[in-house]
Design a protein. Structure first.
Length: 326
């Protein structure tokens, strides 16, 4: 089973991203911090065509994030990736529910995500370096990519399609409206206590804000061209001292160690596809991975071991904290 070449080919609407100057070209810095024990970054894998040369230099664990925040050495842009592999503290259900026979993680709780947020919040709140990054020059944005399936009484408003010349998608959808509303939390000493903003912002507001703040070039699409920028929410004349911010103490996260399915169970067709695509990606990025001629002969334990060893080679900065079984 071979990985289709299209798996590493970005979709057409990423053309603008590839043609835009990278932040490094402007003297800016960026890092992706993955919460342990992630052996690999899903962010990196999804964008492997563009980022694979940075896997070893720009992807680290959240332990490194806490250290960088304390030392005032956070990069210009930091992206926190929750643990998507074991413990699943991204507030999603366990991925194993979709891949019978491939037990990537046991059942998990929303408390894991809250615990991660509390740690990140505290790291920013207590960052007091007199040079480099600190609480007064850092904006922490907590955003969600899905609404969780709950009902929203407000109909999604109209919006400009990202590319007006693109063909319609599934069910003839032309991407001419937004989706359901999602929560977002902005944390900064330049925002007053108990501020609630009811204006409509977008995920692309982050892109526009960064693009204009650091002169990163023209809009990527029409969606970030007309998205409200975030600087308008930083309205205080004097910063609010972090000592006045609320103390956040997360509830204890229960340990979930029970596997969903026996690890010696044969892989389902979906599990086989996931395993083979992971190994194929490693090969396409120029690394070695085992050749599996009959994926149907693999059980969960064998697949986990082979995928973890092969994919883990791509991200050396994550391996020191990924000793727990995936």
């Amino acid at each position: 089973m071979e990985l289709p070449p299209s798996c590493l080919t970005p979709p057409p609407n990423t053309r603008a991203i590839r043609e835009s100057p990278p932040p490094d070209a402007k003297g800016l810095t960026w890092r992706v911090y993955c919460d342990a024990p992630s052996p690999a970054s899903f962010t990196g894998i999804i964008h492997g065509a563009r980022l694979h040369e940075r896997f070893a230099t720009n992807f680290f664990t959240t332990d490194r994030f806490y250290e960088d925040a304390a030392r005032g050495e956070l990069p210009t842009y930091s992206f926190i990736e929750p643990n998507l592999w074991n413990g699943h503290n991204d507030m999603h259900p366990p991925i194993s529910a979709l891949l019978p026979g491939l037990d990537f993680d046991a059942p998990s709780a929303l408390l894991g995500g809250e615990d991660l947020l509390a740690k990140v919040y505290d790291a920013i709140r207590t960052s007091s370096s007199d040079r480099g990054s600190n609480v007064f020059n850092t904006l922490l944005m907590v955003v969600f990519d899905e609404h969780g399936g709950t009902y929203d009484h407000v109909a999604p408003p109209a919006a400009n399609p990202p590319d007006p010349n693109a063909p319609a998608g599934q069910m003839d959808f032309t991407f001419d409206r937004l989706g359901v509303r999602l929560p977002a939390i902005a944390i900064s000493p330049w925002i007053s206590e108990k501020t609630v903003i009811n204006d409509v912002y977008r995920h692309t507001s982050v892109i526009r804000t960064m693009r204009e703040r650091w002169d990163l070039g023209s809009p990527l699409t029409r969606r970030d061209a007309d998205a409200p920028e975030l600087a308008s929410i930083l309205v205080r004349d004097k910063p609010r001292p972090p000592e006045e911010w609320p103390d956040v103490v997360a509830q204890q996260v229960p340990a979930f160690g029970r596997p969903l399915l026996p690890l010696d169970a044969p892989l389902s067709p979906l599990g086989q596809t996931f395993a083979m695509m992971s190994l194929g990606l490693v090969k396409q990025l120029g690394h070695t991975a085992p050749d599996i001629r009959k994926p149907g002969d693999l059980d969960g334990r064998e697949a986990i071991a082979q995928v973890r060893e092969a994919v883990g080679r791509l991200f050396p900065g994550l391996q020191s904290a990924s000793s727990s079984p995936v």
